[in-house]
Design a protein around this ligand. Structure first.
Ligand code: DGJ
Length: 709
């Protein structure tokens, strides 16, 4: 470890010769992060990008200019820019003590770096405001992803009101040009927007008390010439499932200040003396290989952070929701399970509709025991039947919620989040339980444990079907962030008690997909939209940040329940191959030929899931084509989707930028012809010229297996 003491010197004279500042250099296998460590303030972000050999970067010239009529000692952007003492851009912290101590400026009191040069901890202090901030920066040598962890401690004797604490302040070089972000709505998640980073502040946020469908807490920033496959790209994502915001600001020197953090409700964070506020981690990745390069690093980081995926490989699911909705009937479920097992399904998940009084979405949430009419002998007969067929049994729950029409609510009307004098705003006829109450979380832990102990349930689909509105706790103060921390604690407690049970995070489809909850859950449900055409952009959006094996991808019915559009079984299945494959339909309703086709697709998934869940690359091509490649350098699958009818007469060529130029590949067309002819092609030809695709109708797919010769 190397250490650095508190700085005593005042601000350096600006017209003094530029002396070599002291640097902090962290590196991963492909990334360097260089911070200046000036004597007169917190570290300054000097360089973050592809790895530099010797870890030095020229200082940015704008730091040395002194415009007329400006401060004698201008304050540059730093790792934690304070408020009111000369930094005029967005601050990393906004805090006060009942209106006092509203300015902050930090000195570096300690910098430590590990021997490997991958991790540093920086302690900043403001002795006037009596605040200490610790920022840990760690580039994981396995993944090359930088994790930034920020904590704020109140060293004073009075409480500190914190209005904003940046979880990370990242500075990007001037060539950062565009920001790609994601948002949408229920059944239309992960819609992409790309904005120029101009002079005005770029801002994305949500106050929905959950990660939200509206705004994903992360983005990809591209330089002017970067695209899916090449060019410098930067990514960051906040590991947090509650209110959040991110801003990008073009600085005077044309660099960009990117901040991500929680969005606090008024008065939500009042830090007691000597207490510490921990911001969520930020994961940040940089790549010269464009968007796919950043995504590959994020996938590695999400995999490395856990939880482990239990019994890999990912089993084929059947989820009962769109097959049954609330109309559960034991005999029907048994024959559905038979049909599923016959197709090769490996995990049967009983969705909403199984518990007390749950004949529709207006009743029953909170009463987590099997409905007596639908299941007179409890869930056991169904669980036994499913497991006797060799399938795992999964169960849907929505523990954080309650219907006013439920025994739980009638017994405990005071258990919900609300604000006195404000109406209880229901969404999907439900209210939100106040998880900051230990009686509530103890109750939930007990009922969920009872379920998991009494039946052979190895999987929970954990849903969360509404945004938070007036989220007041018993004290009448805002409890949005506490709600998330308590949900995390409940998940952690259950996982500790039932380490073999896997959990799927669902929130009305993709309303809670983030790197915070991904630490405690094994799979996400990205959308209730099963229409294969809609699903491709949703899945490709998801795959910017999370790996394919975490993405539930099901074959839905035709017509699709969400859109009414019809696609054939092959196209629907080929789209589901992008993720963790499953079914969201009633196989008994399929034609014989569709059933046979589905059986083949399930076998295909099982035979290839090792490479489907390895590294992936996605791309677009001209004339209505998108593609998805997965696997290793030696063996990969390429799935090409035709979305719209060809506008050109000639079959298009598709260059494969991921092909290794000096390798030779044997290509087999697996679909549509199944086991089609072998071709041998050089990697350079594949990358430069590409493969000639077969004729494809709109809404169809073709699949190649490439193996290194
Ligand atoms: C919303 C989920 O996204 C669906 O898959 C299903 O589980 C329903 N909730 C059940 O209410």
């Amino acid at each position: 470890m190397t250490g650095r003491g508190a700085s005593g010197a005042g601000p350096a004279a600006l017209d003094s010769p530029i002396t070599a500042p002291s640097h902090l250099h962290l590196s991963g296998h492909g990334t360097s992060l260089i911070l200046d460590l000036p004597d007169d303030g917190p570290p300054r972000w000097q360089y973050w990008g592809p790895k530099l050999r010797d870890g030095t970067a020229p200082r940015h010239s704008a730091e040395h200019s002194l415009p007329t009529f400006s401060l004698e000692h201008p304050v540059p952007c730093s790792l934690m820019p304070g408020f009111g003492l000369g930094w005029f851009g967005p601050s990393g912290l906004r805090a006060h003590r009942q209106g006092q101590h509203f300015t902050q400026s930090f000195a570096t009191t300690q910098v430590t770096k590990d021997e490997a040069g991958t991790t540093a901890t920086i302690v900043l202090a403001d002795t006037v405001a009596e605040i200490e901030i610790t920022i840990k920066l760690c580039i994981d040598p396995r993944t090359d992803v930088l994790t930034i962890s920020t904590a704020l401690s109140n060293l004073g004797q009075a409480p500190l009101d914190v209005d904003w604490l940046a979880a990370a302040v990242i500075v990007l070089p001037p060539m950062a040009a565009r920001v790609r972000a994601f948002g949408g709505r229920h059944a239309a998640e992960w819609q992409v927007t790309e904005d120029e980073i101009g002079g005005a502040q770029w801002h994305r946020a949500t106050n929905e008390g959950m990660t939200s469908h509206t705004a994903f807490p992360g983005a990809i920033v591209l330089t002017r010439t970067a695209d899916a496959h090449q060019g410098l790209a930067f990514g960051a994502q906040l590991a947090w499932s509650g209110n959040h915001q991110q801003t990008i600001n073009r600085l005077d020197d044309f660099r960009c200040q990117w901040m991500l953090g929680e969005a606090f409700a008024p008065g939500e964070v009042r830090l007691a003396p000597h207490a510490t506020l921990r911001a969520p981690d930020v994961l940040a990745a940089v790549s010269r290989d464009g968007v796919n390069g950043v995504a590959t690093k994020f996938h590695a980081a999400i995999r490395a952070r856990g939880p482990g995926l239990g019994r890999s490989p990912r089993p084929v699911h059947l989820n009962t929701w769109e097959a049954m909705y609330f109309g559960h009937e034991l005999s029907q479920l048994i024959s559905l399970a038979d049909a599923a097992a016959d197709l090769g399904v490996e995990r049967f998940v009983l969705d909403d509709g199984w518990f007390n009084g749950r004949d529709h979405d207006r009743r029953g949430l909170g009463d987590w025991h099997a409905d007596k009419v639908k299941y007179p002998d409890g869930l056991s007969p169904l669980v036994r039947h499913v497991t006797s067929l060799g399938m795992q049994f999964g169960l849907w729950v929505e523990p954080e919620m309650v219907n006013p029409d439920s025994d739980l609510y009638r017994a405990h009307p005071d258990w919900v989040l609300r604000v006195a004098g404000r109406p209880d705003a229901t969404a999907r006829h439900q209210l939100v339980l106040d998880l900051s109450r230990s009686d509530v979380t103890d109750h939930l832990f007990t009922v969920l444990s009872d379920l998991l102990q009494s039946e052979s349930i190895s999987y929970l689909k954990w849903d969360h079907n509404r945004a938070l509105t007036a989220a007041g706790n018993a004290a009448g103060t805002a409890s949005y962030r506490q709600q998330i921390h308590c949900a995390y604690a409940l998940l952690d407690r259950l996982r500790a008690a039932f380490p073999d049970v896997e959990i799927e995070a669902c929130a009305a489809g993709g309303g809670r997909i983030d790197a915070g909850i991904s630490l405690r859950t094994h799979r996400f449900w990205p959308s209730d939209n099963l229409d294969a055409l809609s699903r491709i952009p949703i899945q490709q959006g998801f795959l910017h940040f999370f790996p394919p094996e975490r993405m539930g991808a099901h074959v839905g019915a035709a017509p699709a329940h969400a859109t009414g559009r019809i696609q054939n079984i092959d196209f629907r299945a080929a789209v589901a191959l992008q993720g963790h494959f499953g079914l969201e339909l009633d196989p008994r309703q399929l034609t014989l030929s569709d059933r046979a086709a589905l059986k083949r697709w399930i076998s295909f998934y099982k035979a290839h899931r090792d490479i489907l869940h390895a590294d992936i690359r996605t791309g677009r091509a001209d004339d209505g084509l998108v593609w998805h490649a997965s696997g290793t350098a030696d063996r990969w699958l390429l799935i090409v989707y035709r979305l719209s009818p060809p506008a050109r007469a000639q079959a298009p060529r598709l260059p494969l930028p991921f092909a290794i130029r000096d390798a030779d590949y044997e290509l087999t067309l697996c679909h549509p012809h199944g086991g089609g002819a072998l071709q041998r092609l050089g990697g350079d030809a594949l990358a430069e010229i590409g493969i000639t695709l077969p004729r494809m109708a709109a809404q169809s797919a073709c699949i190649y297996l490439g193996t290194r010769a």
